[in-house]
Design a protein around this ligand. Structure first.
Ligand code: PLP
Length: 359
């Protein structure tokens, strides 16, 4: 065999690999709280739709996602030309980078934030400019605005932020957007928007309307419970939305995903009741953690964050032993998804025992 290997782009060297949340260990009391998934399976009506679509799996999907685009436009009150769908919102985020950034360019985001940002930025060839969160786990919007240079092409604003759950107050976000030059795309990643209950946290769709450089990312993976089907979308003005359609992987969103997403929008009320119960569980989990003595930043998403520093790995190991998988960021903290009540309960008991033994 030849010694020569295909030449790959040097931009790929050293890319951190995306760490998916670890699956639950086997056994009756094994729960996965490591990927911010929705613990509820699809609604019966959505399952029926999936079964019907599966029967046509020999056909390519509707490449333009016509029905889904119209359903999204209708639901959110935006022109259909402003909607672009993709393989999960992370797929759409990657397309946004393809549309805007390359070698020599810069992409700004807070850190720590969604761990796909550094990966997809590096793949684009652009440089990441990571702006540390404040001591209060908030986006440092002043520092982010101050980090803009004439090389900046895109800014990710994760609201609420993964993995801390902290949300940005609407007035602060608006002041930030006012400071960003019009030719820099600001991506408001709102993967967890449906879990926000604080009226002071502005809906990105209200901000994008007057701002051609603002794009909103949403997903069917979290509140709508379709993570396994890979479908998300962006709402953006032209020419951003049009550029997204140009960079879409042809036939990337399966017909199953398109049909299930449309069916989920139709059954939205029932799905949002489930979200409501997760929000109630989030409040209970947060309250009990505080009562145990932990510092818990107020979460506006379907997970909570504990900054544990060098106790992080030991805490994750204790949870694993009790039958719940959580997401450790070694040396920093753990992110724990709000799941089934039983899972949350095991987590809370483990947290209490850990606090007693380690603090
Ligand atoms: C902030 C944020 N954005 C985007 C995503 C990607 O979601 P998906 O690609 O499933 O739509 C996630 C998933 O965890 C996330 O946390």
């Amino acid at each position: 065999m030849s010694e020569k290997k295909p030449r790959l782009r040097s931009a790929l060297e050293g890319i951190p690999t995306y760490k998916p949340g670890r699956p639950a260990a086997s056994g009756p009391a094994a729960y996965k709280l490591s990927s911010n998934e929705n613990p509820y399976p699809p609604l019966p009506g959505v399952l029926e739709t999936l079964t019907a679509s599966a029967g046509a799996a020999n056909r390519y999907p509707d490449m333009a996602c016509t029905g889904l685009m119209e359903a999204i436009a209708d639901r959110f009150g935006v022109p259909v030309e402003h909607v672009a769908t993709g393989t999960g919102s992370v797929g759409v985020a990657q397309q946004l980078l393809q549309c805007t950034a390359g070698p020599g360019d810069e992409v700004i985001y807070a850190w720590r934030s969604f761990e796909a940002y550094p990966i997809i930025t590096q793949i684009s060839g652009a440089a990441s400019v990571q702006v540390p969160l404040t001591d209060g786990e908030e986006h440092d919007l002043d520092a982010m605005a101050g980090a803009v240079t004439d090389r900046t092409r895109l800014i990710f604003v994760c609201n609420p932020n993964n993995p801390t759950g902290v949300a940005i107050p609407g007035d602060a976000l608006e002041r930030f957007l006012d400071r960003v030059p019009d030719d820099v795309l600001v991506v408001l990643d709102e993967a967890y928007r449906e879990f926000v209950r604080d009226e002071g946290v502005v809906d990105g769709l209200d901000l994008y309307r007057d701002r051609p450089n603002v794009c909103v990312l949403r997903t069917f993976s979290k509140a709508y419970g379709l993570a396994g089907l890979r479908v998300g979308f962006a709402v953006a003005h032209e020419p951003v939305a049009a550029a997204l359609r140009k960079t879409a992987v042809p036939f990337g969103v399966s017909q199953l995903a398109q049909d299930a997403a449309v069916a989920s929008l139709r059954s939205e009320n029932e799905l949002l009741e489930r979200v409501e119960s997760l929000v109630a569980e989030r409040a209970r989990v947060s309250r009990e953690l505080v009562a145990q003595g932990w510092t818990v930043p107020e979460s506006h998403a379907n997970f909570v964050w504990l900054r544990l520093g060098d106790r992080t790995s030991a805490f994750a190991a204790a949870c694993e032993q009790s039958g719940v998988m959580i997401r450790p960021f070694p040396g920093e903290g753990v992110r724990v998804s709000v799941g089934e009540t039983e899972a949350n309960e095991i987590f809370l008991q483990t947290a209490a025992a850990f606090r007693k033994s380690e603090f």
